[in-house]
Design a protein around this ligand. Structure first.
Ligand SMILES: [Zn+2]
Length: 442
């Protein structure tokens, strides 16, 4: 009875401050959108997931596009929005990117690169799309990226593939491209640490991994990134150290571990890296969405497989960023962000979907854990014409317009005030992500 009365009082109070939220936006929604958008465009953003670089730079990714992969509609090269991007960034005079028109764009970019030498060219691109600072998720950093504007996120997967990878490489044509690149990446870490061959003992191998993490942090790395979902299922068991050590000891000298042995070893290494990420203040970024390539297994890389790792109290001091927010399982993903040290990045969702659909993703997230979501473009230099520049633009424009639309609906439906909406916009586009790096980014 008392409870009923209390409910009655609460309803009375809430109606005084603006009534219950409505299920449909009012006729004012378009007007609110038009009012919000220019304010949202003024917010200097932090891009939490991006692969900036020139198309001919081999250090952009630790991985490569798989051969002959299918692309969803919006990410195909005939998307007219890409011509709009070139227009906005470079004054491109055509409405398509046909090869004879594209030559104009190539010439223009080459001319600008000459004028804007060193780090100035990419700084000017960030200025044009109003990104204050961007992650550079790259194999190695480039001297043409200004460290004041680009923060390195390095790849950590390769430590999981130190043995004979014949079976792993032969699994399908995509792995035939991916796994040798992991071997190459591990070789580069060894070179960096002046290690000519794999350490003889497991203890030494773990020390080598830690040394790479520490050195990368000193060289400007702010986080480590896993794209492990491309190479194996993301279900991680919890094998004891002795088991992993035994497997290492047996196969570091040669021979192919059984699939079960290899996976157990990798499970231990993955958990070791996650734990070190907490100790060394290096947030752990994990690709958690569908991936490119026709062999990418959505069921085996389901973001929910990571729940047992994310909710493990042993990793409570590790900050996790779920890159791509679990797309297309973003509804499940936002509930993982209930965990205090778990954050979502929205990149790729804004490119795989058009803004009308991406708006719904953002709205659902903003209505659930708005303080745990961060903005990213997933820009990438696909080729000389369709470069980092155009994909930055498309990612930024899509995210800002979808954000303005999501917030306009929430205001019009009586969920939040306009002042609160702008606070949420700042948090998503900049503040929430920046806070994770303890002053190392701005
Ligand atoms: Zn990416």
């Amino acid at each position: 009875m008392r409870q009923v009365i209390r409910v009655g009082i609460l309803i009375g109070v809430s109606s005084l401050c603006g009534a219950q939220a409505r299920p449909l936006p009012g006729p004012d929604v378009e007007q609110i959108y038009q009012r919000l958008l220019p304010q949202i465009e003024k917010i200097a953003a932090f891009d939490h997931h991006a692969h900036p670089g020139f198309a001919d730079d081999p250090d952009v990714d630790a991985m490569a596009a798989p051969p002959n992969a299918s692309a969803p509609l919006r990410t195909r090269e005939d998307n007219a929005e890409l011509a709009a991007a070139a227009k906005a960034l470079f004054g491109y005079p055509y409405n398509d990117l046909s090869s004879e028109h594209a030559q104009w764009l190539l010439d223009k970019k080459n001319e600008l690169k000459k004028h804007l030498a060193g780090t100035v060219y990419f700084d000017s691109i960030l200025d044009k799309v109003n990104i204050e600072m961007s992650v550079a998720n790259r194999a190695m950093m480039a001297d043409y990226l200004d460290p004041k504007r680009f923060a390195w996120v390095f790849f950590a997967d390769s430590f999981m593939w130190p043995f004979n990878n014949e079976r792993e490489t032969g699994r399908n044509p995509d792995e035939g491209v991916f796994i040798p690149l992991q071997e190459k990446m591990l070789g580069r870490w060894m070179q960096q640490e002046n290690v000519s061959k794999l350490p003889a003992t497991f203890d030494e191998y773990l020390k080598f991994i830690t040394r790479v993490l520490e050195d990368n942090s000193k060289r400007g790395g702010i986080a480590m990134k896993f794209e492990v979902a491309y190479f194996r299922p993301t279900t991680f068991t919890d094998p004891p150290r002795a088991e992993a050590a035994d497997i290492y000891q047996r196969y570091v000298v040669g021979g192919i571990p059984t699939e079960r042995e290899y996976r157990s070893f990798q499970d231990f290494i993955f958990r070791y890296l996650v734990q070190e990420g907490g100790r060394l203040h290096l947030p752990v970024h994990i690709h958690s969405a569908v991936g490119i390539g026709d062999y990418f297994s959505l069921s085996e890389s389901n973001i929910m497989h990571l729940e047992s790792v994310l909710r493990d109290p042993r990793y409570g001091s590790t900050t996790f960023v779920m890159i791509h927010g679990g797309y297309p399982l973003e509804r499940e993903a936002i509930w993982l962000a209930a965990i205090k040290n778990v954050y979502l990045d929205s990149s790729f969702g804004e490119l795989a979907q058009y803004p009308s659909a991406f708006k719904n993703t953002l709205k659902m997230w903003l209505e659930t854990f708005p303080d745990k979501i961060t903005f990213g473009t997933d820009c990438f230099p696909y080729n000389q014409v369709l470069g980092t520049e155009e994909t930055y633009w498309l990612g930024v424009e899509s995210s800002r317009t979808a954000l303005a639309a999501a917030l306009a609906e929430m205001i019009s439906e009586g969920e939040i005030t306009e002042a609160r909406a702008l606070g949420l916009a700042h948090a998503y586009l900049h503040d929430t992500a920046v806070k994770l790096y303890e002053g190392r980014v701005h």
